[in-house]
Design a protein around this ligand. Structure first.
Ligand SMILES: CC(C)(COP(=O)(O)OP(=O)(O)OC[C@H]1O[C@@H](n2cnc3c(N)ncnc32)[C@H](O)[C@@H]1OP(=O)(O)O)[C@@H](O)C(=O)NCCC(=O)NCCS
Length: 159
């Protein structure tokens, strides 16, 4: 496990594309379809968001290759947010998590999540958040095993 380096960009871009394609494959509304250019734009956006919030990206490696990554962002106290909470809130968010298919079910995802949580604790967070698409039962089960609880449900209705 190590921090992201510039040379990892092509690999993370590929994983961002695979993550989106995987999520699209679960989308029964059929609204998601990756267009050309997606990987570059969204990977750049992610890097900016991680930098701006003081977050970090960790990559999981086998001997020499990257086999997965987790992108951590920090939700920082804002002036408006402070008007709505008992104290300034600083939460950690697991923004993206991906493990290459051949390396799944070996504990890599768990290790990435634990590394993210250690980073959040060191950054002064007392809560970690992660968003999951309900049809993504594998990821949802993994988060449950790691003691994450469902908190917000985004409901949809076909019109
Ligand atoms: C979700 C995802 C990141 C999980 O990564 P992973 O490396 O397979 O996760 P883990 O191996 O830590 O845990 C998965 C399973 O392996 C088991 N496991 C954990 N350590 C293990 C080990 N050392 N040996 C064998 N199995 C192990 C876990 O118990 C878990 O089992 P489960 O089927 O009961 O849930 C991965 O499946 C993935 O990239 N999916 C596609 C993208 C995605 O869904 N990302 C999350 C978006 S919210």
């Amino acid at each position: 496990m190590r921090k992201y380096q510039k040379a990892d960009f092509p690999r993370i871009k590929k994983y961002m594309e695979q993550l989106y394609d995987f999520t699209s494959s679960l989308d029964d509304l059929g609204r998601m379809k990756r267009q050309s250019g997606y990987g570059g734009v969204f990977t750049n956006d992610l890097l900016i968001k991680v930098k701006e919030t003081g977050g970090v990206i960790y990559v999981a490696t086998n001997v020499e290759n990257v086999v997965g990554f987790v992108a951590c962002t920090l939700i920082r106290p804002s002036e408006k947010g402070n008007l709505a909470s008992i104290r300034p809130i600083k939460d950690g968010r697991v923004d993206k998590l991906f493990v290459e298919e051949d390396y799944r079910d070996q504990g890599v995802g768990t290790e990435l999540m634990k590394t993210a949580e250690d980073f959040f604790k060191k950054s002064g967070c007392d809560l970690a958040r992660v968003e999951v698409f309900i049809p993504n039962t594998n990821a949802h089960r993994l988060y449950g095993k790691l003691s994450y609880e469902d908190r917000v449900v985004d409901m949809v209705k076909r019109l």
